[in-house]
Ligand binder design. Sequence first.
Ligand code: ADP
Ligand code: MG
Length: 342
Amino acid sequence: MKDKSLESIGEFGLIDIIKKKFNSKNNDSLIIGIGDDAAVISKSKDDYFLISSDMLVEGIHFDLTYHPLKHLGYKSVTTNISDIYSMNGFANQITINLGLSNRFSLNAIEEFYKGVKIACEEYNIDLVGGDTTSSKTGLIISVSAIGNVLKNKLTLRKTAKKNDIICVSGDLGRSYIGLQILEREKSVFLTNPEMQPELSNYSDSIEKQLKPKARKDLIEKLSEFNIIPNSMIDISDGLASDLIHLSVQSNLGVKIYEEKLPILKSTILTANELNLNPTTCALNGGEDYELLFSVNEKDYNMLKDNDIDITSIGYFTSNKKCNLVSKEGETIGLKAQGWKHF
Ligand code: ADP
Ligand code: MG
């Protein structure tokens, strides 16, 4: 068979190819394997184990010129456990594998683990193992998380229902804006190291980029109000990309409205300053680590009546098309434009 380049297949295409090769079970404890935010494994009569894994690579996912190691330690944990919360479960343990070069001192690694520890305490999880090796291509961080979910609360990508209301927690596009500001300041510094960085006006977006939170608080709220979403995913690649995952896997379409997208005023102002379209930042920026989920109307009203930090942005349709209705009323097809890794 003719070989193909990874670039032409893309990240999601490659994952599909791997998934198809491993679609039969060798062990009965496997409930759900490749394809959702975390794998689901039998645990006990009432609950399942959840397992997720993520990798952060220097030069691809972070730049140590402006990413303090302490924040990077924190972010490595929160971005990974976000995949456990998006299954409507809770993270309990993590392992961390590091690929390190001689460039790092003990102090630097200790800074990284200070951030890991802060996240472990904030999210009630324990670091229980990992692996350490040398790397010639910069810092490589791989985190795996183990969690659990009650069987009747497990929430998948593939179970959205027609007419479900699509909700998103928090706000969108802020992390991407933070990244653009940090990149701008880096290039200013490289051309003129004497220039003082101008970061104070952008602290909320920079903070979201450097040390994003995982939305454990929302999973606790859902549990408090006895609400089990019909589908859920966390937004890592961007709203458009992650919404398309829900849509394709649920075999439904989506209709969302530009005017409903939760974008902070500060994000809009900075996007304008950077000549970026705020809607594009919200749709394709990525790294928001907010939860994107769908519920019926009754559950949505209950969440809204209790002032939970969510916004409805549209609904699931039976026609399988993924569309955005612009502020001008134009219907535009959504495209998956997440991070391009290859
Ligand atoms: P997320 O953005 O939520 O981390 P990904 O797009 O990275 O999700 O992964 C989607 C699914 O594909 C997950 O089930 C993940 O475990 C699986 N996956 C990703 N890369 C690989 C791989 N190299 N081998 C096997 N499974 C993979
Ligand atoms: Mg995810």
